[in-house]
Design a protein around this ligand. Structure first.
Ligand code: SF4
Length: 295
């Protein structure tokens, strides 16, 4: 049985009080934690700065993972973007390069903000920093968008899961994409209702995504899945802002995600016993990088 807050409850409160989802989440969190809203804003501002730093560091291409499988790809894509060569256009490439950058920093044991997890840390900063640039948002607006994302993450954690070990990668990258899509719509000036539709569309398209990390490391396919989550969130936000809605409400999508996670075999939930993790190449990489024998 589902417990905890629901999206529709947040949405109703936002509409009744004439506030954004981010403002409602901030208000509730401040009351629950018995701190001032200003204190929480300051803490979130610090998170925003960590996000910015991780993007900047990742784009230098200097951070490599311990195994050597991951690192330097964000810089490659950023160089191609700066050369005006990308097929998908500048905004898409900026989002993708930033998602790679932050996920590479995480794989290299650098400092990131888990949003909602370390494995999915690239999605939210990539989307929000880029959308923020596009609309000329200031830090206060970005901080509010982070509260929007946090509120959705709280609901997902309560109603389903944000853990790859419990729900597969849909619970990590899927949840991050959902959070980013909702926050991006509010950041861009869309209503809370449209924002929630964006979240539903972003999460729906990642349902069923398994967790199958090569050698059990949060590197492959994790880093590149952050790009998928971020781009997916951006498009879901654009669809919602265009007036496209999800036929299935976000609360029901979240419950479905939890049910799918429970139905997934353990081999596809962070155990590295299935999916990509047991391909011949993955097993070879595991042996090379970790010195482990093939199971
Ligand atoms: S594949 Fe697994 S470890 Fe990697 S990001 Fe997804 S949930 Fe996390």
């Amino acid at each position: 049985m589902a417990k905890g807050p629901t999206v529709v409850e947040l949405l109703t409160q936002a509409q009744v009080e004439g506030l954004s989802l981010g403002q409602i989440v901030l208000k509730h969190q401040a009351a629950q934690l018995e701190v001032t809203e200003q204190d929480l804003r300051q803490k979130m501002l610090a998170n925003l700065q960590v996000m910015r730093n991780s993007v900047a560091e990742g784009l230098t291409g200097k951070r490599r993972s311990m195994s050597g499988m991951v690192g330097g790809d964000a810089k490659l894509l950023e160089q191609r973007r700066q050369g005006g060569q990308t097929l998908g256009g500048d905004v898409l490439a900026r989002v993708a390069a930033r998602a790679l950058a932050v996920a590479e920093v995480n794989a290299g044991m650098g400092k990131i903000v888990a949003a909602p997890t370390a494995g999915s840390c690239g999605v939210l900063p990539a989307v929000l920093l880029t959308v923020g640039e596009e609309i000329g948002a200031d830090d206060a607006q970005l901080v509010e968008a982070l509260f929007t994302a946090a509120g959705i993450g709280i609901v997902i954690a309560a109603q389903a899961s944000i853990s790859g070990a419990q729900g597969g990668c849909q619970a990590e990258v899927g949840s991050a994409a959902c959070m980013a899509a909702v926050a991006a719509v509010e950041l861009a000036g869309g209503t809370a209702e449209l924002a929630v539709h964006a979240g539903a569309m972003a999460l729906k398209t990642l349902l069923g995504l398994v967790c199958d990390p090569v050698a059990g490391l949060v590197e492959v396919p994790c880093v590149k899945r952050n790009v998928t989550g971020a781009v997916n969130a951006l498009i879901a936000a654009d669809m919602a802002l265009a007036g496209i809605t999800s036929n299935i409400p976000l609360d029901e999508v979240i419950i479905a995600m939890g049910n799918i996670g429970r139905a997934m075999p353990c081999s596809l939930k962070e155990t590295a016993l299935g999916g990509l993790a047991v391909t011949p190449t993955a097993l070879r990489l595991k042996e090379v990088f970790l010195g482990a024998g093939q199971d």
